[in-house]
Ligand binder design. Structure first.
Ligand code: BES
Ligand code: MN
Length: 466
């Protein structure tokens, strides 16, 4: 018996596939097996491939050399659900209300990738074959920066050869608004540990005579921005490419205003670099964000302590043509130069990924736009995303293929937040979109009429070395 889409989504969402927490490794393994079984039951050849980290699910339709090959990428891992007390229903017990399904991963990315899987299932049920060869690559480490995927791509480059990559892991410009994203920001992560005395000290006995590491951490954080929110790291903006003319025209057609972003954020006011709209600040400008800061007593009441250490977790979001390692070099030099006297700092680099940029007017981009128009009844707006999917530039480097980013996420999906949800109509639209997409992509001439418009930056390593 074929299980209905919603029933399958509920089962998918029950796996607590939190990739950053090692005690969930078995849950990721179980979920990968479940997914491979589903793909196998649809008639695809599906396998779970172990990696140094969480497994990759790979599935494909029988290869027909006369057809184009489309790789559909997604992830089955999720972000941690904390803070748990803010969830109206438990994060791994999917709940239906308000015509939405609530669970961690509902939008990011289980609902969106399952829509593509079920689109293929419907095409197969309807016609017995897909109009293109399909490869599903569904990984379990996207939310921790895809540490095992590059080696996996290098080892299987030939079997993963494809004409174009499709992804739904990004947001619609407005509620149920047809959207094709053509850029994602890059990312570079850094953790600073500030060290002072060997142990926590009595703040009355020593306070005033030694530097407080929490104060030092706050001073380091304060050195990152000026009062307007511009990043003060020397050289930070040097490589940033301004928006091109066609992008400004495309942005004009997008329905998002500063007031929309303010409402979605729930913050009391917007804040950021002067001279840019909120959409530009998010999509086209780089940032330095404090993701976490700590040190000293965190418990109830007061404790007169001078903490021995403090920490800062930072990520930088990058736009074309910034490079993560260069930005981390600049940031490290800046932080060392601003380290207050009386403490030492240790800096550890975390994951990083290049920004991604593609041409929405390529032959495949236009095919994706037609598919979106068929399903939503209106032409999509073309958007730059503020989030990151670092593997996209690696796909381009290793497989030579561009990525089409077909948004299914609602602006109020609460990805990474409590009460994450996916509107049921977005799920069904995604299933229909996959079918239209395969048809439109099948009709693109094999070599494509691919030609950059001349102002699309090439961000691959080859071009950076040239
Ligand atoms: N689906 C997101 C990427 C995204 C975020 C798209 C916001 C559109 C809007 C993806 O799963 C994600 O969260 N990526 C991480 C990457 C990081 C952990 C390397 C991100 O952007 O923080
Ligand atoms: Mn995510």
């Amino acid at each position: 018996m074929t299980e209905d889409p919603l029933g399958l989504l509920v089962r998918f969402l029950r796996f607590p596939t939190i990739s950053t927490q090692t005690d969930h490794a078995e849950d990721l393994h179980q979920c990968a097996g479940w997914l491979a079984n589903l793909l196998q039951s649809m008639g695809l050849h599906a396998e779970v491939h172990p990696t140094a980290g969480h497994p990759v699910v790979l599935a494909r339709t029988p290869h027909d050399p006369a057809k184009r090959t489309i790789l559909i990428y997604g992830h089955y891992d999720v972000q941690p659900p904390e803070p748990l007390d803010l969830w109206e229903t438990p994060p791994f017990e999917p709940s239906l209300r308000n015509n939405r399904i609530y669970a961690r991963g509902a939008t990011d990315n289980k609902g969106q990738i399952l829509a593509h899987v079920l689109g293929v299932r419907e095409t197969l049920a309807r016609t017995g074959a897909t109009p293109v060869n399909i490869i599903f690559l569904i990984e379990g480490e996207e939310e921790i920066g895809s540490p095992s995927l590059e080696a996996f791509l290098l080892a299987r480059r030939d079997e993963l050869a494809c004409d174009v990559i499709c992804i739904s892991d990004n947001g619609m410009a407005a509620d149920f608004y047809p959207t094709l994203s053509y850029a994602m920001r890059g990312i570079a992560a850094l953790e600073v540990r500030v060290k002072g005395p060997c142990v926590d000290l009595h703040s009355g006995v020593f306070g005033g005579a030694v530097m407080n590491p929490a104060t030092a951490a706050a001073r380091l954080v304060a050195s990152l921005h000026d009062a307007d929110g511009c990043v003060m790291i020397p050289g930070f903006y040097d490589a940033v490419l301004p928006l091109t003319d066609w992008e400004r025209v495309a942005a004009e057609a997008c329905p998002v205003t500063d007031a929309d972003i303010l409402a979605q954020s729930g913050a009391p006011a917007l804040f950021g670099e002067p001279g840019y709209s909120a959409v530009e600040r998010i999509g086209a400008r780089p940032t330095a964000e404090v993701n976490g800061i700590g040190g000293g007593y965190q418990g109830e009441g007061t404790k007169t302590v001078l903490p021995s250490h403090a920490f800062i977790k930072l990520t930088f979001r990058l736009v074309p043509a910034m490079e993560p390692e260069k930005i981390l070099d600049l940031a490290e030099a800046h932080l060392r130069a601003h380290c207050p006297p009386g403490v030492t700092i240790e800096i550890e680099r975390g994951h990083s990924g290049m920004p991604y940029f593609s041409d929405p007017m390529s032959a495949d981009g236009l095919a994706a736009q037609r598919a979106i128009e068929r399903v939503f009844g209106a032409k999509p707006c073309l958007s730059r995303e503020g989030g990151s999917i670092p593997i996209l530039t690696t796909f381009k480097e290793i497989l030579g293929a561009d990525s089409l980013m077909l948004a299914l996420a609602s602006p109020d999906c609460a990805a990474h937040s409590p009460n994450e949800n996916f509107p049921i109509r977005n799920f069904h639209a995604g299933i229909a979109l996959n079918q239209a997409l395969l048809e439109e992509l099948a009709a693109v001439p094999r070599e494509g009429i691919h030609g950059y418009r001349g102002d699309v930056p090439d961000l691959t390593a080859a071009s950076r070395l040239a």
